[in-house]
Design a protein around this ligand. Structure first.
Ligand SMILES: NC(=O)c1ccc[n+]([C@@H]2O[C@H](COP(=O)([O-])OP(=O)(O)OC[C@H]3O[C@@H](n4cnc5c(N)ncnc54)[C@H](OP(=O)(O)O)[C@@H]3O)[C@@H](O)[C@H]2O)c1
Length: 413
């Protein structure tokens, strides 16, 4: 790639998530060395943000680039100036496609926060082959969905090879504890996925557990958990996990991109712990019903608009600084060499601060730095965090806000 003016440009820097990413990069980027700029559609908002960041850091203002997600000329001009574009302009199904096209045309890597399976599938169909041929890494899902799951599986499989001599054929992820909120942008993106699900082609993608691994042999997984289920591994009743719809498919795409090294029978499942006993079962049922009701409400645009105008955050708004600081997550991955076998490996992934905002700002910013500056696997195309960055991103996150731990003495079961 020819020398570019910038290493990383944050596109959408004036939005709720974008400001957190810009602030993370402003404070925590290595200095000297990383050349960065903020970008967006509104020059006035960008100038205000640049002034704010300069005041906080007692540094010169970061440079500003103006581009609109629907103006391909402005996107290509932005892409031509940087090694990596880190974009928080969503919903990605509305705004993301022209940027990916511009990045592939200009040989620029991208990372983003999408959790929209139908958008990722469209980008795979439209751009994977060309991006691969041009050596461009388009890395979707670099936030809470799906970095902890995708890299958690990657870490678990490395440990399984080292300790058990083979990768695990079955992995189960259970969200043990989580505290976080939602921004208006996330709710709008979620609502858009549910609204688009009314289209039969999109519904097919959203109903297919292997939708992000087109062309690869299909494994045994049948679909998402919808009701309550007892997890022997966690020793607790579980409810469906809201992000499983994207996370499970990202893990399966990683497996397909790697050439199915974990076996054609590899199976992956996600859920959320509700607790043991009757209380746990009732709680799991309540969570499952609540999730169903949220999905119906957010998938009905007039209801969503009323909720966002009254009780829920509107676009541009999100959790307070105090609640972002108070947030956290802990997920547990259990892997078995064979389904039903006693020998297993366990990995815990812990994140500080609100998973969707504090920890996500860290995961996305570190992904951008990783793509811009780290030695990476010789792989290109429409990739996943694990296949694009693997151990390089694990090492970065371990040194910051998201830690991966392989348990020394896994429980038997
Ligand atoms: N995966 C995760 O864990 C995770 C976590 C958080 C967020 N997200 C996703 O990240 C996305 C952003 O969320 P958010 O809460 O930050 O939303 P937001 O506050 O509404 O921000 C959206 C950004 O997009 C910009 N934008 C809108 N239309 C544009 C256009 N035509 N051209 C250029 N920029 C445009 C907005 O610019 P202005 O500032 O000028 O309005 C704003 O900067 C959503 O899709 C959300 O689902 C994912």
């Amino acid at each position: 790639m020819p020398e570019r003016l910038y290493d990383v440009v944050i596109f959408g820097a004036t939005g709720f998530a974008g400001r957190l990413v810009a602030r993370y990069l402003a404070h925590r980027r290595p200095r000297p060395g990383v050349r960065w700029a903020i970008a967006g559609r509104d020059p006035k908002k960008l100038r205000e943000l640049a002034r704010e960041l300069a005041r906080e850091l007692e540094e010169p203002e970061p440079p500003i680039l103006v581009a609109d997600s629907h103006d391909p000329v402005s996107l290509e001009a932005m892409a031509a100036q940087t090694t990596v574009i880190c974009t928080t302009v969503g919903p990605y199904a509305h705004h993301g496609a022209p940027l990916v096209a511009a990045a592939v045309a200009q040989g620029t890597h991208t990372c983003d926060l999408t959790g929209e399976p139908q958008f990722v599938r469209r980008m795979i169909d439209a751009h994977h082959a060309e991006a691969e041929a041009r050596g461009v890494r388009i890395v979707h899902c670099c936030g809470f969905d799906s970095v902890p799951s995708d890299l958690g599986v990657w870490v678990l499989q490395q440990a399984a090879r080292e300790r058990l001599g083979a990768p695990c054929l079955r992995i189960e992820m259970v969200v043990e504890a989580i505290r976080g909120g939602f921004s208006g942008g996330t709710l709008t993106s979620l609502g858009n996925v549910l609204t688009e699900a009314k289209d039969p082609q999109t519904r097919r993608i959203l109903g297919d557990p292997y939708a992000l691994a087109p062309g690869a042999p299909r494994g045994p997984d049948r679909g998402l958990q919808v009701g309550v289920r007892y997890s022997e591994a966690a020793g607790a009743w579980t409810a469906p996990f809201m992000m499983a719809g994207i996370n499970e498919r990202v893990v399966r795409r990683s497996h397909a991109l790697l050439g199915l090294p974990w076996g054609e029978g590899f199976s992956y499942h996600e859920s959320m712990r509700a607790g043991p006993g009757l209380r746990g079962r009732i709680r799991a049922g309540t969570l499952a019903v609540g999730l169903g009701l949220i999905s119906v409400a957010m998938g009905t645009p007039p209801v969503r608009r009323v909720l966002q105008a009254t009780v829920l955050p509107a676009q541009g708004q999100g959790p307070s600084e105090a609640s972002i600081e108070a947030g956290f997550f802990k997920i547990h991955l259990y892997g078995w060499l064979e389904p039903g076998s006693g020998e297993r490996i366990e990995v815990v992934v812990r994140g500080r601060r609100d998973p969707g905002y504090g920890a996500t700002a860290c995961m996305l910013a570190e992904s951008a730095l990783c793509l811009a500056t780290d030695p990476l696997p010789e792989r290109a195309g429409v990739l996943t965090p694990a296949t694009a960055m693997g151990g390089a991103l694990v090492a970065r996150l371990d040194a910051t806000d998201v830690q991966f731990e392989v348990l020394d003495a896994p429980t038997q079961g």
